[in-house]
Design a protein around this ligand. Structure first.
Ligand code: SF4
Ligand code: SF4
Length: 414
């Protein structure tokens, strides 16, 4: 029988089911890291939200350097967290979640996720110090403590959220959970295999070190369908960029996306661009989120709506041109590497899933300025090897803004 005293079960790297990173005996181990705080982070959200929430991890580690951090999320989002050195354990939401939360003990439980499933799970967590959001006796989402109030109120007050708030989502989230905000970045780590995929994508696109591959994300989550452009507008915009590009021999496009719908759309866009003699390749859309990350990693810059592709680009530190229709651009941090392009409609932002207006925001981006910005970024990368600075294009004068019409707002994610 094995003597358990040989094992340091309080070490941050101890799992109990497989050897730790060092693959050695715990006895006299020089790498032993005794855990003093067990922290649970509940963020089930959309993949982009999970990616962005990784920016919270450095603040947690600064405050609790000897913490063991467990992240509870959906199975598909768990892929985003793979290789993350600041997360010690990922729990995938599933049948065993209730049993796990009933048996695991935590010192601090954090829930920045203002959705019903995540907030309900906070009720099951055994922990004295809960922060962020939970549900009350009415089954309504409510903040936990004073620090979460500001973020809570923004969710309930469109005027404050759309026109007054100037803080990014990660700034608000970090403060809501009681940590010090220090402009921390997303934490995304690729494996060697994924880096090879990225290089292979560049090889297929025919791009060398002194050329620029523009990643073009064409899709968005089904939850917010107005976050993507029409096929015709995507082609028009790419063609305009191509026409304005002086060094055509050194610029290529790669179509990005994830899922069957994006695969079909990208094939169509690819065919239309090829007919126009514009060099474009498609990256795999059906091989999962890690393959998608590798595809973004292979690009020198990315053009995207406010969607997962944009968050991947931010996480991988790619210069990014991001366009915004229904969403609040001020909540997004491009970390000094991007250009935000705002739709020129007076009713934005609105966060509607469906609206009745004929003049939809995603058809009214400032196309000339946007294409010029994309060309500028590509040229800067070609000539200087980088792009620096944040810019906003297409801001609508505040005095001309109008209230968005009533429409369909997102329901709970269940
Ligand atoms: S780091 Fe050392 S003490 Fe910790 S689990 Fe690994 S072998 Fe054991
Ligand atoms: S109300 Fe305006 S911003 Fe909102 S979806 Fe409709 S067109 Fe777009």
């Amino acid at each position: 029988m094995t003597d358990n005293r040989e094992y340091k079960t309080d070490c941050r790297l101890f799992t109990g089911f497989s050897p730790c990173h060092y693959r050695r005996s715990c006895r006299s181990c020089p790498h032993y890291e005794a855990v003093d705080t067990r922290i649970l982070l509940v963020q089930l959200g959309l993949l982009g939200d999970v990616l962005r929430t990784t920016s919270l991890l450095p603040a947690i580690r600064r405050r609790y350097p000897r913490a063991h951090i467990t992240w509870l999320t959906r199975p598909e989002a768990a892929e985003v967290l793979r290789e993350n050195p600041l997360v010690d354990r990922v729990l995938r939401l599933g049948e065993a979640t209730g049993a796990l939360l009933a048996s695991l003990q935590f010192d601090i439980a954090l829930c920045p996720d203002k959705e019903l499933p995540a907030c309900s799970l906070m009720q099951l967590v055994q922990c004295e110090d809960k922060r962020g959001f939970t549900i009350d006796a009415n089954g309504s989402i409510v903040p936990l403590g004073e620090s979460a109030h500001r973020l809570y109120e923004l969710g309930l007050d469109n005027y404050q959220k759309f026109f007054v708030n100037e803080k990014t989502e990660q700034h608000l989230m970090t403060e809501a959970l009681g940590f010090e905000y220090a402009h921390d970045r997303y934490i995304v780590v690729l494996t060697d295999r994924e880096r090879r995929w990225a290089l292979e994508d560049r090889r297929i696109a025919g791009v060398g070190d002194s050329e620029v591959l523009i990643g073009w994300n064409t899709g968005c989550s089904a939850r917010y369908p107005y976050k993507k452009l029409t096929v015709e507008d995507q082609v028009h915009l790419m063609e305009t960029v191509w026409q304005r590009t002086v060094r055509k021999d050194r610029v290529r496009f790669a179509l990005l996306g994830g899922g069957a719908e994006d695969e079909t759309r990208n094939r169509r866009i690819g065919e239309m661009l090829s007919e126009r003699q514009i060099p474009v390749t498609q990256t795999p859309c059906l091989q999962g989120v890690r393959r998608g990350l590798a595809a973004v990693a292979g690009c020198d810059m990315v053009v995207s709506g406010d969607s997962l592709g944009m968050h991947m680009a931010i996480g991988l530190k790619k210069p990014t041109v991001a366009w915004f229709g229904i969403t609040c651009h001020q909540e997004i941090d491009l970390y000094g590497r991007g250009i935000k392009v705002l739709s020129e409609v007076p009713c934005r932002p609105c966060w509607l899933q469906r609206c009745q207006l004929k003049r939809k925001c995603y058809r009214h981006l400032p196309w000339p300025e946007m294409s010029a910005a994309i060309v500028d970024m590509a040229t800067s990368i070609l000539e200087e090897g980088r792009w620096a600075g944040d810019h906003v294009l297409g801001a609508f004068p505040p005095e001309n803004r109008i209230e968005p019409p009533l429409g369909v707002s997102p329901g709970p994610v269940l």
